[in-house]
Design a protein around this ligand. Structure first.
Ligand code: CR1
Length: 808
């Protein structure tokens, strides 16, 4: 049967799916129904669902070739895709049948879905954005490949031991990954080190000292209803030689295996740093490894059907997700010059015609720099070309005698600055929110922007409403479908229709009921998984994201402690009962972030033990926050904490997911919060604190946190309690470094914004007291979220950046 027909049938009848599951269990997994474990059932169901995607996948490929479409290649070190089974079932529209089929086998569908390990091939926002973009490119019909690394170990698992973060290795690939196809024909040798030689015919050749193989594994990415299916191609590192026979025959088995172990190290683990790179040689090798393999692959695909390599930009748009793949500039030039015989100038133009770069952060410590000597050692030919690119750029923008500011140099102070390399190598450079894009022009890229005023564009981030509304929040999704009909899943602007219903008491009640259903589910989840009891009628106040000083989880927990003090002092004060939930991991080497985790847990321990305040305040920090946990937390949130120091959070995407699911935001005017406020209106969001310009100004004027503490008795009290060991009686000195930093430095302005935050939280309490008004605001948060669908974002890239069709 034709694949599309099979898919259509699978949507109308469950019998076929049932047979397919049964056959896979028997013939692919090799188990009988009687002997099958939960994991076996999951494999069988996953395989049966994957089968339904394969024909539409080939169909999509045929169309792309037939129409000779320009393709997008999204190069990203991270794809935080999470679980795939439930998402595929949702996208294909076969959930009822999948449920029924499993039920007939006597198996609980929800347990099967829950058995899947998260594919945690990313750290946070940047990686999750890439995953949302894959979903949207398949849904709006952009011909695309995602290219990344098939890490054997994704982001570490977080445990708490006495409240301290402990990292444990993640091992999602110890089980078969049922979604991927190994492509043994797509294997490329990737070189490192060695020498560059000038041939007699004038050609330059790079002779690497070491070679590792990049082997392709493909995962199909079905869009809505399987009408379009793109590919996520992840590269796994393999040794050119599995065994070194000489030491093996001597009986030295370790030495015999060593080359393979070393080679495979390249795709072994994801670096667990978010926004703060470590300049490790292995990381540089990872970056070059997947970038070079991806470029080799896309050039091969192009030349198979087109004669003139100079026409590459007509058919190829490469997106560099941050600077991690920025070596693509020199590598593409190298391919064009050394392998295709183009002159440097022309090669650079062709390369630049294909490349685009997204910047995700302005923090100076987050901009990648590689020492020049390391680069010469690992990538000698690329280093030559980087010098050439730097020089050519200087010549084209500055007269010979005109001084060139350091800020427009790629090589500076013994380092290669990857942001500048990416900027100079790219046709378009984009920021991820309006504010961030504006700040890019005014700060990090000010001088480059002046030289190339048309290059920077904005593409505000978005999130896929399939996973982050339809999938994770069935209660709200069905209410929305009743109100506006189907169609909002792929056209989120349709939700605007519910705005007037905010004034309809019946609708508000149903909206609140959906929220309560999700809060009850979260309550059960916390009880079942962590044995934590919370009151589902309390306000669920949630901050989930990586732990970072600029994200200010510290300010959140300080405010919780100040509220607790006030409750004790003034028992009749009108505090709304709250469950304050934290979730997130700290980079293993980030000592201050780990201390903040411990502080949250210490304050939680003290506050949760207090009988006097138990009915109004609980602090909960479930360990190992990941995509699957977010899918339970976000639909259950009443209040979304987006409280970064203004100017520091490039966009945020959690903020969008919360608002979409009807949570109200308390936040600063940072990143995409600004655009959320524009849409939900001032009266449906709690904005506080310094603006980005005010933060800069305060720093310039020599901000002194001790003055801010002195001016705020509540803050002073909490800081003193922490300093004196109230929350850590077994080790009163524990928070010395944290307190010293707050009193003496406080770069992220926790003290400066504290009182404003405290006041905003009391406004939240007051608003919570009027359940009707709160529900109204919640509806008015969901209604205008069309702008934050990643479909909108992808259409923007397709039009303004890639110049490709978006059409299924
Ligand atoms: C930013 O911190 C943004 C995501 C996706 C993060 C966050 O504000 O939403 O990117 N940056 O654009 C990042 O991970 C390496 O930098």
């Amino acid at each position: 049967m034709h694949g599309l027909q099979a898919l259509a049938r699978a949507r109308t009848a469950s019998g076929d799916l049932e047979n397919a599951i049964h056959d896979h269990l028997l013939y692919s997994i090799g188990k009988t129904t009687a002997a099958a474990s939960l994991a076996d059932w999951r494999m069988a169901l996953s395989r049966a669902v994957r089968d339904l995607v394969v024909d539409p996948w080939f169909e999509t490929t045929r169309r792309i070739y037939a129409e000779d479409r320009k393709r997008v290649y999204y190069l990203s070190m991270e794809f935080l895709i999470g679980r795939l089974l439930e998402d595929a079932v949702l996208n294909l529209g076969i959930e009822d049948h999948a449920r029924r089929a499993m039920y007939r086998f006597g198996v609980n569908y929800d347990e099967v879905v829950d058995d899947e390990p998260d594919a945690a091939l990313g750290n946070g926002g940047l990686g999750r954005l890439a995953a949302c973009f894959l979903d949207s490119m398949s849904t709006v019909g952009v011909a695309a490949y995602g290219y990344g690394i098939r890490y054997e170990h994704g982001l570490f698992k977080q445990r708490f031991r006495e409240g301290w973060q402990i990292e444990q290795p993640e091992d999602w690939l110890t089980q078969v990954h049922p979604w991927e196809f190994q492509r043994s024909e797509s294997v490329y040798p990737i070189g490192f080190g060695g020498e560059v030689r000038q041939k007699e015919d004038g050609r330059t050749v790079w002779e690497p000292a070491e070679t590792v193989l990049a082997a392709a594994y493909d995962t199909p990415v079905p869009g809505w209803r399987g009408r379009w299916v793109n590919t996520l191609r992840l590269w796994s590192a393999q040794a050119t030689q599995v065994y070194d026979l000489e030491p093996f025959s001597r009986g030295d088995y370790l030495a015999a295996a060593a080359p393979a172990v070393l080679a495979e190290t390249i795709s072994r683990v994801l670096y667990p740093d978010d926004s703060t790179p470590q300049g490790k040689e292995l990381r540089l090798k990872q970056e070059f490894f997947f970038t070079a393999a991806s470029l080799r692959d896309l050039v091969r695909r192009f030349v198979a059907h087109h004669k003139d390599i100079r026409k590459l930009p007509e058919k190829v748009a490469v997106q560099l997700n941050d600077t991690h793949p920025a070596i693509a500039g020199p590598e593409l030039v190298r391919i064009l010059v050394d392998e295709h015989g183009l002159e440097f100038d022309e090669a650079f133009l062709v390369a630049r015609g294909c490349l685009h770069y997204t910047n995700h952060t302005l923090m100076p410590e987050a901009l990648e720099r590689w020492p020049v000597d390391l680069m010469w050692r690992v990538l000698p030919r690329h280093m030559q070309l980087i010098e050439r690119i730097d020089e050519a750029h200087a010549v084209s923008t500055h007269a010979a005698n005109q001084p060139r500011p350091d800020s427009v140099k790629i090589i500076d102070g013994g380092n290669v600055r990857m942001g500048d390399l990416a900027f100079i190598s790219a046709r378009k450079v984009n920021g991820v929110s309006a504010l961030h894009t504006d700040l890019m022009k005014r700060t990090v890229f000010r001088d480059l922007h002046a030289l190339h005023p048309d290059r920077i564009v904005n593409q505000t981030n978005g999130v896929t409403p399939r996973r982050w509304l339809a999938g994770c929040n069935p209660a709200l999704a069905s209410l929305l479908t009743e109100a506006v009909g189907h169609g909002w899943e792929t056209d989120l602007e349709q939700l605007k229709v519910i705005a007037p219903l905010a004034d309809d008491a019946g609708f508000r009640t149903r909206f609140s009921k959906a929220k309560q259903t999700n809060k009850d589910l979260l309550t059960k989840y916390l009880k079942a998984k962590l044995d934590i009891t919370v009151d589902p009628t309390a306000m669920f106040d949630i901050q989930i994201k990586r732990i970072h000083e600029y994200k200010r989880q510290l300010m959140n927990i300080l405010e919780a402690a100040a509220a607790w003090n006030e409750m004790k002092r003034n028992p009749s004060a009108p505090f709304a009962p709250r469950v304050r939930i934290f979730g997130g991991k700290a980079a293993p080497g980030y000592a201050m972030a780990k201390l903040i985790i411990k502080l949250i847990n210490d304050i939680g321990r003290t506050v949760n033990a207090d009988e006097e305040t138990r009915d109004r305040l609980a602090i909960v920090y479930p360990p190992n926050y990941n995509v699957s946990m977010a899918e339970v937390l976000i639909p259950a949130a009443d209040l979304s904490e987006q409280i970064s120091t203004a100017g520091m959070e490039a966009s945020g995407t959690g903020n969008m997911k919360f608002a979409m699911n009807g949570a109200l935001t308390i936040g600063t005017l940072d990143g995409a919060n600004v655009e959320i406020r524009e849409r939900v209106g001032d009266e449906n969001i709690f904005i506080f604190g310094k603006t980005a310009d005010e933060v800069t100004e305060a720093r310039e004027q020599g901000y002194d946190p001790s003055a801010a503490i002195a001016a705020s008795p509540r803050l002073a009290e909490v800081v003193e309690q922490i300093a004196s060991g109230l929350f850590s009686p077994e080790d009163p000195e524990r928070y010395r470094a944290l307190v010293d930093n707050l009193r003496g430095h406080d770069w992220f302005m926790v003290c400066a914004d504290f009182d404003a935050y405290y006041a905003a939280q009391r406004e939240v309490d007051a608003a919570w007291a009027d359940k009707n008004a709160w529900a109204r605001s919640a509806v008015l948060n969901t209604a205008p979220m069309g702008w934050f669908s990643s479909d909108r974002t992808i259409r923007g890239y397709a039009k303004d950046v890639w110049e490709v069709d978006a059409r299924v």
